[in-house]
Design a protein around this ligand. Structure first.
Ligand code: AMP
Length: 228
């Protein structure tokens, strides 16, 4: 509870580029804390909050939720939790120029001494589509661990989450027609995001993130050691 927040790490990448899996590895092995706006949105929907009702349709169709709602969610989370961790990962946020600019303004005032860096995960579209179409997740909205049908086998729906024993499901926005919408969103905004970070002199580390999550984690870990 009394740790001081020292760095915020932004994981930037298309849906299915491995941000969630990498975040879990960094949580388990480096003691970092993931803030995933997608997980937060799904949590609100499952608990039927007012916000959950407002964003439900948007999420199911693969569209982006309004900037103002997402920013409010992130600010609230950071106010409540940021000081419990030394490093916070932002997974899936910022996703638009407006979000990035608001977030940088917020950090200037609320966390002036906190270091910021961006890891950009690069994965070819074909691999992304294959990963998302075989993705399976834990149904417990407090867990949302990520699995792959390829590793679990055809009887994946008989299996349970190794973290919390809940059942496994497919995300409704992982359906093929929604993947295209979500990839379009990413490519539409990524250049603007990179421009905002470059203008703010934030370090951007690009990682070729095809293949094993272990190798991607090692690339992040090596970079962190160099920075230490
Ligand atoms: P994700 O789990 O990151 O793939 O996000 C799932 C969905 O949540 C997205 O397709 C959006 O509908 C919504 N979402 C998550 N993060 C954001 C964000 N930063 N801005 C807008 N919508 C978001």
């Amino acid at each position: 509870m009394n740790k001081k927040l020292q760095q915020i790490v932004i994981f930037l990448g298309a849906p299915g580029s491995g941000k969630g899996t990498l975040s879990r590895l960094c949580e388990d092995r480096l003691g970092w804390k993931q803030l995933s706006t997608g997980d937060l949105c799904r949590h609100h929907i499952e608990h039927g909050t007012q916000l959950g009702k407002e964003i439900d349709l948007c999420i199911k169709s693969g569209k982006l939720v309004a900037d103002s709602l997402i920013i409010e969610m992130v600010v609230q989370w950071l106010e409540e939790h940021a000081r419990e961790y030394q490093t916070v990962i932002l997974d899936g946020f910022p996703r638009t120029r407006v979000q990035a600019e608001s977030f940088l303004n917020l950090t200037k005032t609320a966390f002036p001494d906190v270091a910021l860096k961006v890891y950009q995960l690069i994965v070819p579209d074909q691999e992304i589509i294959e990963r998302i179409s075989t993705r399976v997740v834990c149904s417990n909205s407090n867990c949302q661990a990520i699995y792959s049908e390829r590793k679990l086998g055809a009887d994946w729906d008989d299996k349970r989450c190794v973290r919390c024993e809940s059942s496994l499901i497919k995300r409704s926005d992982d359906a093929p027609e929604k993947i295209a919408v979500r990839l379009d969103n990413y490519y539409q905004h990524v250049k603007n995001l990179l421009d905002v970070y470059k203008e703010a002199n934030i370090e951007i580390i690009s990682i070729a993130a095809s293949g094993s999550s272990e190798r991607v984690f090692q690339a992040v870990n090596d970079h962190e050691r160099m920075d230490a």
